[in-house]
Ligand binder design. Structure first.
Ligand SMILES: C[S@@+](CC[C@H](N)C(=O)[O-])C[C@H]1O[C@@H](n2cnc3c(N)ncnc32)[C@H](O)[C@@H]1O
Length: 208
């Protein structure tokens, strides 16, 4: 895929939605992170909205915002029949990590699943996440470990799949340390048929 534009070609979007539009991690994630039931949450690189749909069944109060640079992805997302709690609002926004269409300090959580390796400017994306997070808010970055992925039947990995160097950890590590002052936690999550790296960063809480 080209690194010049964040917008995926239509065929790539259709392929992705067909094969990865649903993932067991979406419904597992709120419990894995022990997410609060009242929060304003952004899904950054939301694709066709599978995680937002799962969060609709979990969140009791707050705002869910799905952001993706691909209009076609958002068409798929908007076509979902969602049934959020009455105190939960859902918004879809066209945008990308490097220029988040969100106000300063407006989110408690930013979840970026299999997304950071597609950002064109990781530093700028992290700076934007820091701007949009409330003090004490959390950013979760999840990266696929391709070598341990069970591909759906008849599907071969995309051309860049065997290049974990798409975003080598030292590059992300350096960017994280330059943008966030707080320590982060990184661990390997083993799911059924997949494994992923999780990196959880907290924005520094306000000092009194
Ligand atoms: C591999 S998909 C992951 C989608 C979804 N989060 C999931 O876990 O299935 C990557 C997504 O990131 C989006 N994307 C590409 N460049 C981006 C950027 N600069 N900022 C945010 N999202 C981006 C793509 O349009 C795509 O929907």
């Amino acid at each position: 895929m080209s690194n010049d534009s964040p917008i995926w070609a239509d065929e790539q979007v259709d392929w992705y939605v067909q094969n990865w539009g649903e993932h067991p991690l979406f419904s597992e994630l709120p419990h894995l992170l022990n997410l609060p039931c009242q929060a304003d949450i952004i899904d950054l690189g939301c694709a066709s909205g599978g995680l937002i749909a799962a969060l609709c069944g979990y969140l009791q109060q707050g705002q869910l915002t799905g952001i993706d640079p691909s209009p076609r992805m958002l068409e798929y997302a908007k076509a979902r029949a969602l049934a959020p709690n009455p105190k939960v609002t859902v918004a879809w926004r066209l945008g990308q990590a490097e220029h988040l269409p969100c106000a300063d300090q407006s989110a408690d959580w930013i979840l970026a699943l299999s997304s950071v390796q597609h950002w064109q400017d990781v530093h700028q994306g992290l700076r934007e996440c820091q701007r949009v997070l409330r003090p004490g808010g959390y950013l979760l970055l999840v990266e696929d470990i391709w070598q341990e992925l069970e591909m759906p039947e008849g599907v071969t990995p995309p051309a860049d799949a065997d290049e974990p160097a798409l975003l080598p950890w030292p590059v992300l590590e350096q960017a994280l340390e330059q943008v966030f002052t707080h320590a982060y936690r990184r661990w390997r999550h083993q799911g059924q048929g997949y494994a992923m790296h999780f990196t959880l960063i907290q924005r520094e809480p306000n000092h009194v």
